[in-house]
Design a protein around this ligand. Structure first.
Ligand code: GLC
Ligand code: CA
Length: 538
C-alpha cells in the first residue's frame, strides 16, 4: 500500500464552542483556538479537526449550516479563519474542516428559496412528499426524536429531516446541488485546509421512499464523483462518519484503489456499550474481538481510525475506564491500547487531560437538542425524572461539551464571562495547566504515544495479532514489521492480573508504561490495576 503522510498523523478534535473564549462572551471562538495552538503543538498532533465553524442558527450547535462561505458570528470572522489556518500551518498543523452536507439549516438560502413554491428552482435540492392518507409518507424516524417528516403548511407537502426539523436533508440526486457542494469544498481547499471530516456521510445515498437511510445504492458513486471533482488531485486527508459501516463497507470507503476517502470513522467498539440511553458494561472479550477484527480485516486494503470519544459520546474514562480512583491509570491504559494499533488516532479535546462525564443537577443545566428532546419525550410518557437523568449522566452529548478545563481559576480559565454550558466542578484538579507541569500526567503520556507512532514504522505499518486471547482481564497484542516487534499489554480491571508471554522475552525492552516501575516482559507476570506496558525488541 502506498504511504501517505496522514498514516503517521494524530488528529485532535476541537469543539470550538467549548474550547477557549477570547472575548468574555462565554462562547469559545477562533481567536481562542489560535491562542492555544502552542498547547496543541506541544502535544505533538499535526491535524486539528474543527467541529463546524460556519454560519449557523445553532439548532444543533453548528451542524445546521446556513452559509458554507461564512463564519458563525460568535466564533469570529473569515479573517480570523484565514489567520487560524496560517498560524496552524506555521506550526506544522493542518486544519480539517467538518463537512456537513447531508443536510443544511432551514435558514440556508437554498431552503428559504425551496420553501417558496413547488416550482422554485431550489425545490428539488431537498426531499418533499405529498401527504399519504393525510399523514407522513412513511414511518421514517428522526434521530433526534419524532417523525423524519415535517409538514410545510404553505405548500401542503412534507420535507425530510433525519435530524432536527431545522436540518432539512439535501437531495443528492440533484446534480446541480452536488456541483454547488463541490464548488464550496474547492473554496475551502483553496484556502489551504488539510482535509475534511464528513458528517453522517453514509446518509447521502438515502432513498427515503424505499426506507433506505444509510449505505444507499448511490453512496459510493457520489463519493467517487466528489473525490474526482474536489480533493482527489490534492494530497488531503478525508474521513467519513459511518455508524452503519462494517469492515466490508469500510473497505469500500477507504481502499485507496477505489478513490473515495482516506478512512472511515466507525463505531462498532463504541456500540458494545449497548443502547445509547440504557448503556451496559462492555465485555472485554467482545472488545478484543471487535478491535482485532478491524485491525486484521483492513490490513493492506483500507485504513482505520482509532478513537474512544468525540463530541457526541461520553468521556472515555467514564465509559471505558474508571473516572474515580484509577482515573489517571485507566486513561493512560486506554490511550496506550489504542495508539499502538494501526490507523490514524483521534483525540477529543480534554481527553488528553482525563476529563470526565458530568452530573448536573437539573435538566435546565443542559443544552444539547438530542438530550432535551429525549427528556421531553420520556417525561411525556410519565417516566420518573431521576431515571431519565441517569441516562443523561451516562450518555448525554453535553458530557463531552462542557468547557475545556485549562486551569484552576474561575470557570477553568475557559472564559472571563459566564460560560454557555456549565463547567465540570472537577476543574480544580483536572486541568491542562497542572497536567503540563507534571511529567507523569495523562497529557505527557499522550505526547509520548504520539511521538512513539511518529518514530516507529512498526506502529504505522506493522501487522497485528492478538495474544493470550482467552485472558479475561488483559488485552494484549503484538505488532511486527520487518525485524521489529512491539508487544502491548493492558490490564482492563481494577484488580491485579496475570499474563504470560510465549515468545522470546530476553530481547524485549520496556519502552512505555503507566506505572513508574512496570515489570519486564516474562512468561509469568502480574500487572497492577489498569497497568499498561509497551515492549519493543532491540
Ligand atoms: C453527526 C454529528 C452530530 C450531529 C449530526 C447531525 O452525527 O457528529 O453532532 O448532531 O451528525 O449533523
Ligand atoms: Ca467568545
Amino acid at each position: 500500500m502506498d504511504k501517505k503522510w496522514w498514516h503517521k498523523s494524530t488528529v485532535y478534535q476541537i469543539y470550538p464552542r467549548s474550547f477557549c473564549d477570547s472575548n468574555g462572551d462565554g462562547i469559545g471562538d477562533l481567536k481562542g483556538i489560535i491562542s492555544k495552538l502552542d498547547y496543541i503543538k506541544k502535544l505533538g498532533v499535526d491535524i486539528i479537526w474543527l467541529s463546524p465553524v460556519y454560519k449557523s442558527p445553532n439548532a444543533d450547535n453548528g451542524y445546521d449550516i446556513s452559509d458554507y462561505y461564512d463564519i458563525m458570528d460568535e466564533f469570529g470572522t473569515m479573517e480570523d479563519m484565514d489567520c487560524l489556518i496560517a498560524e496552524a500551518k506555521q506550526r506544522g498543523i493542518g486544519v480539517m474542516m467538518d463537512l456537513v452536507v447531508n443536510h443544511t439549516s432551514d435558514e440556508h438560502t437554498w431552503f428559504i428559496e425551496a420553501r417558496k413554491s413547488k416550482d422554485n428552482p431550489y425545490r428539488d435540492y431537498y426531499i418533499w412528499s405529498d401527504p399519504v392518507d393525510g399523514h407522513e409518507p412513511n414511518g421514517l424516524k428522526s434521530i433526534f426524536g419524532g417523525s423524519a417528516w415535517e409538514f410545510d403548511k404553505d405548500s401542503g407537502q412534507y420535507y425530510l429531516h433525519f435530524f432536527a426539523d431545522k436540518q432539512p436533508d439535501l437531495n443528492w440526486e440533484n446534480a446541480d446541488m452536488r456541483q454547488k457542494i463541490y464548488d464550496m469544498m474547492n473554496f475551502w481547499i483553496d484556502k489551504g485546509i488539510a482535509g475534511f471530516r464528513m458528517d453522517v456521510i453514509e446518509k447521502i445515498g438515502k432513498e427515503p421512499f424505499k426506507m433506505i437511510e444509510d449505505n444507499g445504492p448511490m453512496l459510493h458513486t457520489y463519493l467517487r464523483e466528489m473525490n474526482e471533482n474536489t480533493f482527489g488531485k490534492r494530497d488531503l486527508i478525508t474521513v467519513g462518519e459511518c455508524w452503519a459501516a462494517d469492515t466490508e463497507i469500510a473497505k469500500l470507503y477507504s481502499n485507496p484503489a477505489r478513490q473515495e476517502l482516506s478512512m472511515a470513522f466507525q463505531f462498532e467498539h463504541i456500540c458494545l456499550k449497548g443502547d445509547k440511553w440504557y448503556p451496559k458494561p462492555y465485555d472485554l472479550q467482545d472488545l478484543k474481538k471487535v478491535m482485532s477484527k478491524w485491525q486484521n480485516e483492513l490490513y493492506n486494503c483500507g485504513w482505520n481510525t482509532l478513537f474512544w470519544c468525540n463530541h457526541d459520546l461520553p468521556r472515555v474514562v467514564s465509559a471505558f475506564g474508571d473516572d474515580g480512583k484509577y482515573r489517571v491509570e485507566s486513561a493512560k491504559m486506554l490511550a496506550t491500547l489504542l495508539h499502538c494499533m494501526q490507523g490514524t488516532p483521534y483525540i477529543y479535546q480534554g481527553e488528553e487531560i482525563g476529563m470526565t462525564n458530568v452530573k448536573f443537577p437539573s435538566i435546565d443545566d443542559y443544552d444539547d437538542i438530542e438530550t432535551l428532546n429525549m427528556y421531553k419525550e420520556r417525561i411525556a410518557t410519565g417516566e420518573e425524572e431521576n431515571v431519565i437523568m441517569q441516562s443523561i449522566y451516562a450518555s448525554g452529548r453535553d458530557n463531552a461539551r462542557t468547557p475545556m478545563q485549562w486551569d484552576d481559576s474561575e470557570n477553568a480559565g475557559f472564559t472571563a464571562g459566564i460560560p454557555w454550558l456549565r463547567v465540570n466542578d472537577n476543574y480544580t484538579y483536572i486541568n491542562a495547566k497542572s497536567c503540563q507541569n507534571d511529567n507523569n500526567s495523562i497529557f505527557w503520556h499522550y505526547k509520548k504515544l504520539i511521538d512513539f507512532r511518529k518514530n516507529n514504522d512498526v506502529i504505522v505499518y506493522g501487522n497485528y495479532s492478538l495474544i493470550e486471547e482467552d485472558n479475561d482481564k488483559v488485552f494484549a497484542y503484538e505488532r511486527s514489521h520487518d525485524d521489529t516487534k512491539v508487544v502491548v499489554v493492558c490490564n482492563f480491571t481494577s484488580d491485579n492480573a496475570a499474563f504470560g508471554y510465549k515468545g522470546d522475552c530476553s530481547v524485549m525492552m520496556m519502552c512505555l508504561s503507566n506505572y513508574s516501575d512496570s515489570p519486564d516482559l516474562s512468561e509469568s507476570m502480574t500487572l497492577r490495576p489498569y497497568e499498561a506496558v509497551v515492549y519493543k525488541n532491540n
